[in-house]
Design a protein around this ligand. Structure first.
Ligand code: GAL
Length: 422
């Protein structure tokens, strides 16, 4: 890591994108093109019914640029009002040169259970919706897609009466050719990866929007035999209150778990639980650190060894009189840095999302930081700011400034930084 601390992912925190809003890319997946990661997911700003599949891009998996909507509500049909369009997963088809997006298509009662397909010639462009179908006549709800080393594509589908199917896709990935395996267990949200010749399938139990202990199984061939399902997170932690959405392999031996911490009711306030997976042959384990840094070139993930919490600084009456400062903090930077993630502990009784500006030492650089609503003082809620400008060793004043009503009711209680050992 080149910086003193390294930018960090904070599982479960408000995650602000370049548009100053919490990322809305739930139930999503990531595809890497060149050195850029693209994250497609559900926009739950308006709750369950479909409005958008959003796309964000990043080169470090921490700072995300909002690239826009890849698929948006249409006047009628599968993507019309009051429809379910969930779990977008994008893969690249080498034969057609097209990006293919797979989706769960349904009515609001989840009575249709179909797979939808949309395509685009650029990864973050506007996708063209092709249509939906029942794969080989079966119903399909949560789904995942996997491309093997030989470029063959596979669709994993949850079928309520029968279990999880693995289907082989046609060469252009636009249709299903045959069933490769059927798991009779009733699990959902299947996510597959391959590592050193071993296939891993992750899935969750069926408990609506509520989290459960997710499971995984392994096999040397997609047709099986598959090992018995095992837990990978701490038992009875409900996978640290999350549901698997996607597993992202990084570097030769690392993989990142991407889960959703659904908030129900209050789906727009759902957060992301991303955590490092420790994979050792058929053994997979996942701990629950408060934060971690990822080196995307090697896949190395580093967990902080210590943290420092700063109480709000008492402002002079002159400062109080002239600014809209919500809180300010004196940071102690032990070593020059160009990559510092600061977590802001906050509370707000409002349901709607708030936004504030963060500056350090009155610099021209300002970061918009979002704060998800409904975070009572009893609950520890965090939002984070990623400061990439150079900060020399020593004391620095961080200010959180509230521009009017957009930050009304927001209380910033502490700033915390977490130190990654060098
Ligand atoms: C979950 C599923 C979500 C969504 C939800 C609706 O089980 O994983 O993607 O479909 O049910 O009830």
């Amino acid at each position: 890591m080149s910086s003193a601390t390294g930018l960090q992912v904070f599982p479960g925190a408000t995650w602000t994108a370049s548009d100053g809003r919490h990322i809305q890319a739930h139930g999503g997946g990531i595809i890497k093109v060149g050195s850029t990661f693209y994250w497609h997911g559900e926009d739950k700003t308006h709750g369950t019914g479909f409005h958008n599949i959003n796309c964000y891009s990043s080169t470090d998996l921490v700072q995300w640029h909002y690239d826009g909507s890849s698929l948006t509500q249409q006047e009628s049909g599968d993507l019309g009002p009051d429809r379910i369009v969930e779990r977008p997963k994008v893969v690249y088809n080498k034969h057609s040169g097209m990006y293919v997006m797979f989706l769960h298509i349904d009515d609001l009662d989840y009575g249709e259970g179909k797979v939808g397909i949309a395509t685009c010639d650029t990864v973050n462009g506007r996708y063209e919706y092709i249509g939906s179908f029942h794969p080989l006549g079966y119903e399909s709800r949560d789904m995942g897609v996997f491309v093997d080393d030989d470029d063959k594509g596979y669709l994993t589908c949850e079928d309520r009466p029968n279990g999880i199917h693995i289907f082989e896709l046609s060469q252009d990935y636009l249709s299903v050719v045959e069933q490769v395996h059927l798991f009779p267990e009733h699990l959902e949200s299947p996510a597959m990866i391959k590592r050193d010749g071993l296939y891993y399938l992750f899935a969750s139990g069926l408990t609506f929007w509520f989290a459960n202990d997710n499971l995984y199984t392994t096999a040397t061939s997609l047709t099986g035999p598959w090992a018995g399902w095992r837990m990978f997170a701490k038992p009875a932690s409900a996978t640290y209150s999350s549901q698997v959405a996607f597993i992202l392999p990084i570097g030769p031996s690392s993989a990142l778990y991407m889960g959703d911490r659904w908030q129900y009711p209050g789906l727009p306030r759902s957060t992301y639980v991303w955590l490092p997976l420790e994979i050792d042959g058929r053994d997979v384990k996942m701990d629950n650190p408060q934060s971690f840094a990822i080196d995307v070139s090697t896949g190395a993930m580093a967990i902080p060894r210590s943290s420092r919490s700063y109480p709000p600084r008492i402002e002079t009456s002159e400062e109080r009189g002239q600014s809209e400062t919500l809180a300010s903090f004196v940071l102690e930077i032990g070593q020059e840095t160009e990559g510092l993630t600061i977590a802001l502990s906050y509370s707000t009784a409002c349901e709607d999302e708030k936004v504030a500006l963060v500056t350090i030492d009155g610099s021209e650089v300002e970061h918009h930081v979002a704060f998800l609503g409904n975070s009572s003082a009893q609950k520890e809620s965090f939002s984070v700011v990623h400061w990439t400008e150079r900060l020399p060793k020593g004391q620095h004043i961080l200010k959180v400034v509230g521009p009017g009503s957009k930050s009304e009711g927001l209380q910033i209680r502490a700033a915390v930084d977490y130190h990654i050992p060098q």
